[in-house]
Design a binder for this molecule. Structure first.
Ligand code: MTE
Ligand code: MO
Length: 339
């Protein structure tokens, strides 16, 4: 108890350095299972704790973590507790779902995350609609929901030769199970006017994350998501609600979503640098990701422990449809085998 009080006081005094200290302390605590020796069992036994009971922890032998992106860029968190880009450890992924704790994080300009009380939060849909809507989170959850697996990928992924690991080249890609209400369901409730051609989505923080997107995409498969991997979204992923624009570049997936304006033309928003194409078809194609693939094991800087058979693992994804087939070459591209 005493040490808790001291560390709290120290943290308060430490000012700006505190954010960094706090993070380090937590990361260690995550692996801090107490074990007790056991004469009856082959292994030492894990001592139950409040944390283990209430929210669970991974094994202390699993140490995979996110890293700042790019590695030579601005640190996350920085000395002020701001978070910029953070990359997923794809080299350690098991299966295709990224655990929420390891999902990549991107802020369009690097900022503090908003700490939103879902009871105070509303989502407004207005503009070229017959009946504008303002929904509380409870209202939103009364609409029929869908649960779907979707990847998100940031345009910040780089492979220009300076990156060594798959986390550095592709770590700004993650895949999760998302739950929410189809945007088309809400737009049907509002009634689209004939002039509705585009929509602009806006987030609640100062950077807003506004983007213009074709209304056809909204009516197709966009999700107003409040759930991720079986629990409410994490603050880093847009709690309490975000827009999912399956297959579109990450920047369109507006977090902390508070407003959707249906418009007759695209808006020049903060996000539109280099992104905007006035033609809806051209835009849809240029903003769609993939098809892409990457080998996660064995990958950059990893070493095989010795001779023998190893399973090659990897990920393949596409913004424009489902992946049907993957081929892999083990001789530099001369021969290709079905994966
Ligand atoms: N409100 C808001 N939405 C946002 C952003 C942001 O900074 N603010 N970043 C965007 C970017 S650049 C990407 S790649 C995705 C990343 O989503 P994630 O952090 O959940 O991985 O969110 C997008 N939505
Ligand atoms: Mo991004």
């Amino acid at each position: 108890m005493d040490s808790k009080r001291t560390s709290r006081r120290d943290l308060l005094k430490a000012g700006a350095a505190l954010a960094t200290l706090g993070t380090v302390g937590k990361a260690q605590a995550q692996h801090d299972h107490q074990v007790i020796p056991s004469s009856k069992n082959a292994y030492p036994m894990i001592h139950g704790s409040k944390e283990l009971v209430e929210y669970g922890q991974r094994s202390k032998y699993v140490t995979s973590v996110r890293i700042q992106h790019p590695p030579d860029g601005r640190p996350s968190p920085d000395a002020f507790g701001k978070v910029f880009h953070v990359a997923t450890p794809l080299q350690d992924s098991v299966g295709v779902i990224t655990p929420s704790s390891l999902h990549y994080v991107a802020t369009t300009r690097g900022s503090y995350m908003p700490d939103i009380d879902p009871k105070q939060h509303t989502l407004t849909i207005h503009g070229s609609v017959d009946r504008p809507l303002t929904l509380t989170m409870d209202d939103l959850k009364r609409f029929p929901s869908v649960t779907r697996v979707h990847f998100i990928e940031c345009a910040g992924n780089r492979h220009n030769g300076r990156q060594k690991t798959v986390q550095e080249t592709h770590g700004m890609t993650s895949c999760a199970e998302w739950t929410g209400v189809l945007l088309s369901t809400l737009l049907k409730e509002c009634g689209l006017k004939g002039s509705a051609k585009w929509f602009v989505a806006e987030g609640a923080e100062e950077v807003k994350g506004a983007s213009s997107m074709p209304i056809a995409k909204a009516m197709d498969d966009c999700i107003i998501a409040y759930g991720m991997n079986g629990e409410p979204l994490r603050p880093q992923q847009g709690f309490p609600v975000r827009l999912m624009v399956p297959g579109f570049e990450g920047i369109f997936h507006t977090k902390y979503l508070r407003r959707i304006k249906v418009t007759d033309q695209y808006y020049m928003t903060y996000n539109e640098f280099g992104h905007l194409r006035p033609d809806a078809k051209e835009l849809a194609l240029s903003e769609q990701i993939g098809p892409k693939s990457v080998i996660t094991y064995p990958s950059g800087t990893q070493r095989l422990p010795g001779r023998g058979l190893y399973e090659i693992t990897g990920l393949a994804w596409s913004g424009g449809g489902a992946i049907r087939m993957v081929e892999v070459s083990t001789d530099g591209g001369k021969k290709w085998n079905r994966a």
